[in-house]
Design a protein around this ligand. Structure first.
Ligand code: PGA
Length: 239
């Protein structure tokens, strides 16, 4: 199965910049050996969707609300995202968990996203002090089980191991530690769940993760939004 490169553009780009960078992805994706998805900001979704139309690059969103009820001021629902052509939604990113997304909220969002036919990309991972205390397996197991309890077995699910301390820090998790965590997560999640690694992945270190048999792909933030790094990634993918 092909590996996945999932770009999380966070709030790095204006809508004009997002559209321009999406064009680069669209043009280069034809020769790519990996599957590609992009999660731009909500504001850029429609413009990026137009660029990606009829290409192999999939559209994702960075979050979604847990209900489609309608009276939810300020939220964006899975139904609205599906109508724009999104296929994936990141749920429980550590930057959302830091703002209050508990395991219960993450579970509700996973249910809502799945109910509207989208695939959740659920982020799990320990904080720096939790790793220092040797609690990473316990933390990840708890976050993962909260999702598996509500997720229907027959619906697609992607999980990303993203240790908080490795995100945006320039200090990625060592490949051997990623490898052992993915093995641990695979035992809990079973064979059908795709498991990505994320946290300071860049063109210099991406191969050390994609080469691991237990890693189904990468979730990339900063570097995926930098045009020069994107060119480097595609050089690697076209080999
Ligand atoms: P990073 O972010 O690649 O900038 O570390 C990854 C993520 O937050 O998904």
């Amino acid at each position: 199965m092909r590996k996945i490169f999932f770009a999380n553009w966070k709030t790095y780009l204006t809508d004009d910049e997002a559209e321009a960078l999406a064009r680069t992805y669209a043009e280069r994706s034809g020769a790519s050996s990996v599957d590609i998805a992009i999660a731009p900001s909500f504001t850029a979704l429609e413009r990026v969707a137009r660029v990606l139309d009829n290409t192999s690059v999939a559209l994702g969103a960075q979050d979604a609300f847990w209900s489609d009820a309608g009276a939810e001021t300020g939220e964006v629902t899975p139904k609205q995202l599906a109508a724009l052509g999104a296929r994936f939604v990141i749920v429980g990113h550590s930057e959302r968990r830091a703002l209050g997304d508990t395991d219960e909220i993450v579970a509700r969002k996973v249910r809502a996203v799945t109910a509207d036919g989208l695939t959740p990309v659920v982020c799990v991972g320990e904080l720096g002090p939790e790793r220092e205390a040797g609690r990473q397996a316990e933390v990840v197991r708890g976050q993962l089980q909260a999702v598996l309890e509500v997720h229907p077995n027959d619906a697609p699910l992607i999980v990303a191991y993203e240790p908080r301390w490795a995100i945006g820090s320039g200090t990625p998790c060592r490949p051997e530690d990623v490898d052992s965590m993915h093995t641990f997560m695979r035992e809990i999640a079973g064979p059908s769940v795709r498991i990505l690694y994320g946290g300071s992945v860049d063109p210099n270190d991406i191969a050390s993760y994609l080469d691991l048999a237990g890693v189904d792909g990468v979730l990339v933030g900063g570097a995926s939004a930098r045009p020069a790094d994107v060119e480097e990634f595609f050089k690697l993918f076209s080999r």
